[in-house]
Design a protein around this ligand. Structure first.
Ligand SMILES: NC(=O)c1ccc[n+]([C@@H]2O[C@H](COP(=O)([O-])OP(=O)(O)OC[C@H]3O[C@@H](n4cnc5c(N)ncnc54)[C@H](OP(=O)(O)O)[C@@H]3O)[C@@H](O)[C@H]2O)c1
Length: 268
């Protein structure tokens, strides 16, 4: 069965989710509608994926089983004002918009069947981590649909409490940026040892990719793998001692706590 899906906002995340759901054959291109205010974005999505497009959000949701809200947070008020009272009670609305709580969506849309998701950017290459929650009005079948859509973009975890979404935002939502910062720092350090930027970048990229795959496939914990490459008095031990002196673990903890605080503030 092909599900009728409407995307409100046709940006990067819509492209990632749209491509994933077409790949997983959750929907056929003719059953997917993308609404975006930019004509060139509509044209791009129609040409690349064969989906239907519109510049009118109300038209997009008409007949959709699932409506996915994927605009930037600053545009959600305008989107909700335009859709308020227009949704049928049985339609499922799934929001991936960071920092917008369910209570705000419920009020703004005048609608009760809601799923709120915190995805992350690796969803764009099918390696995402999505944490999500649903209101009581969402049926078991609709939850299964949400789960299958999110699985098509990587891994998913359903949680019962919206506060866990804010906690996950600080870990998996913002987490890719923490790793990117580390990659930038390591590449910069490699350059300071005399490597050309392209070589530094290749060394670091493959090391991060290889270490991540190794961690995922080895069945060992990160601490075990770290100890395996750390011989007493060796080179890795020398570097790790510097990280420890700089209180690396405490710094990461503080950074994650700051992200969680900010997620809560934004959700008010
Ligand atoms: N990127 C990620 O990995 C990631 C991760 C977690 C959560 N999210 C959330 O996902 C959401 C989308 O992110 P994104 O990176 O895909 O954003 P994006 O690329 O900016 O896409 C949003 C699109 O919606 C359009 N738009 C704005 N107002 C609209 C309206 N009233 N009706 C229809 N379309 C409208 C925008 O046009 P204009 O550009 O002209 O405004 C833009 O093309 C954000 O809320 C973000 O918090 C993203």
């Amino acid at each position: 069965m092909s599900v009728e899906i409407a995307f409100i906002g046709g940006g990067n995340m819509t492209e990632a989710m749209g491509a994933a759901l077409l790949r997983a054959q959750i929907s056929l291109p003719e059953n997917v509608r993308v609404s975006d205010i930019k004509a060139e974005r509509r044209q791009y999505m129609a040409q690349k994926y064969g989906v239907k497009t519109t510049g009118n959000n109300r038209e997009a949701i008409n007949g959709a089983d699932l409506v996915i809200l994927a605009t930037k947070p600053q545009d959600i008020d305008a989107v909700m004002a335009g859709l308020n009272g227009e949704l049928r009670a049985e339609q499922l609305v799934l929001s991936i918009i960071a920092g917008v709580p369910i209570v705000k969506l419920e009020r703004g849309l005048g609608h009760g069947r809601l799923v709120r998701v915190m995805p992350n950017t690796p969803a764009q290459v099918g390696q995402g981590m999505s944490v999500w929650t649903a209101t009581p009005a969402v049926s078991a079948e609709q939850k299964a649909l949400a789960a299958s859509l999110l699985k098509a973009m990587g891994k998913e975890i359903m949680v019962g409490d919206e506060d866990i979404i804010d906690r996950a935002t600080a870990v998996s939502g913002s987490g890719p940026a923490y790793l990117f910062l580390f990659v930038e720092s390591l590449a910069g350090a490699a350059e300071s040892l005399g490597f050309a930027p392209e070589v530094a970048s290749e060394l670091v990229m493959q090391t991060v990719l290889g270490a991540s795959c190794f961690l995922a496939e080895s069945g060992k914990t990160p601490a075990e793998l770290r100890k395996m490459v750390t011989s007493p008095g060796g080179t890795t031990a020398a570097a790790l001692a510097v990280f420890e002196k700089g209180q690396f673990a405490a710094l990461v903890k503080d950074a994650v706590a700051a992200a969680y605080r900010r997620a809560r503030e934004l959700g008010k």
